[in-house]
Design a protein. Structure first.
Length: 144
């Protein structure tokens, strides 16, 4: 499958969610779709880089991007890390409100914020490496 299929599912869930679980799942799908897409495009641009560690690959991708010299890569790293924090909150903090970027948000607000950041992240990613990742794209990971 194409990584952005997860992202598009997140968009549909955000639009039509009828429960808190569906809204939380929307945030998670948005993140995972973008994470996989970014990973594929990262290795499209940096094919010689070593695979990411299987354990800790999410934060490792953020660190790799943040360590590159281009401003696009650093912007992607910051936005991806923000999306990762939102996904963590949506999946693991089952309270009525969550803390994201020093903001207290209810779940509806979290979904809106995730949609804004995700849309901005996708646009930044398109500037960095144009064109959606191919069907079956797999992010190289090393067994660590």
């Amino acid at each position: 499958m194409r990584p952005l299929e997860f992202y598009r599912l997140g968009l549909r869930l955000a639009e039509f969610a009828s429960s808190e679980a569906e809204r939380r799942t929307a945030v998670s799908r948005l993140y995972y779709g973008l994470h996989h897409e970014i990973c594929c495009r990262y290795f499209r641009e940096y094919p010689e880089d070593a695979p990411l560690p299987r354990n800790g690959r999410h934060i490792a991708l953020v660190h790799r991007l943040g360590g590159k010299p281009g401003t696009g890569e650093r912007d992607i790293a910051l936005k991806l890390n923000s999306m990762r924090q939102m996904r963590n909150a949506a999946d693991y903090e089952l309270k009525r409100t969550v803390q994201i970027d020093q903001r207290t948000l209810n779940i509806d607000q979290l979904v809106v914020f995730a949609l804004i950041v995700a849309n901005d992240l996708l646009a930044t990613l398109e500037d960095f490496s144009p064109g959606e990742a191919a069907d079956g794209c797999d992010c190289p990971t090393a067994r660590v």
